[in-house]
Design a protein around this ligand. Structure first.
Ligand SMILES: N[C@@H](CCC(=O)N[C@@H](CS)C(=O)NCC(=O)O)C(=O)O
Length: 222
């Protein structure tokens, strides 16, 4: 029997962490069910209670895999992406070349553990276009680091597919929410990064996420 995937995500307009494994799962082409939990709930049952029904960690995203009568729960966006890469080698979610793969892992890990000021000052609001806030020095430095790392990867590999490591990879999944943040707040980008952001926003998975985010905004949920 084939595996059944259920991806539990937060309000799409806001949930930057949820977008990462969604992009990876869409890149595998595997069918999946989706559960969207309303974040920043003020009423009962609270967001935390809702999330804890799926994962004791109390955070989204969560991927549940039902297979051979057993359910495996994976929490944390990067752990979910890694699991999908392992289960779907044909999707090439990591680059084939060992050196490029090591670099792509560094990109993913740097995003996963860094850029706190970008996260705080440029919160994801996928469907909206907002004025650029007054950015702190630390935020500007982190934006500069992100853009220089994109420019470097695109110069090295971009010609082979247009993404950070040529073909679409987990490095792109991890930076998908950053692309959205830069679009929302009108962050200026050098040419190669602008082209990259445009290609990312044009992905069917990003467009679908954007349409769902807009529906949440229209319904007053975000
Ligand atoms: N390290 C985690 C962080 C996930 C995270 O912080 N998720 C937020 C939503 S984007 C959350 O679940 N917040 C719970 C809440 O709002 O109560 C990951 O990468 O998955």
């Amino acid at each position: 029997m084939s595996a059944r995937y259920t991806l539990v995500v937060g309000t799409k307009d806001w949930s930057s962490w949820s977008l990462r494994p969604y992009l990876a799962l869409r890149a595998t082409g595997a069918p999946f069910e989706e559960i969207v939990i309303q974040l920043r709930h003020t009423d009962s049952p609270s967001t935390k209670e809702e999330i804890r029904k799926h994962s004791p960690a109390g955070r989204v995203p969560v991927l549940k895999i039902e297979e051979n009568g057993k359910t495996t729960t994976i929490w944390d966006s990067l752990a979910i992406c890694e699991t999908l890469a392992e289960r779907h080698p044909e999707a090439k979610l990591w680059p084939e070349d060992a050196s490029a793969r090591a670099n792509a892992r560094s990109y993913a890990a740097e995003m996963h553990s860094g850029f706190p000021d970008v996260r705080e000052q440029l919160t994801m609001d996928f469907a909206r276009r907002l004025p650029t806030p007054a950015l702190r020095d630390a935020t500007n430095q982190q934006i500069a680091r992100i853009l220089s790392s994109w420019e470097y990867a695109l110069a090295e590999h971009g010609a082979k597919g247009g993404f950070l490591f040529g073909g679409f990879s987990i490095a792109d999944c991890m930076y998908g929410p950053v692309v959205s943040r830069f679009m929302t707040y009108g962050i200026e980008m050098p040419e190669a990064s602008r082209g990259y952001a445009k290609r990312m926003m044009a992905l069917p998975a990003m467009r679908d996420w954007g349409a769902a985010s807009k529906a949440e905004v229209d319904a007053g949920k975000a």
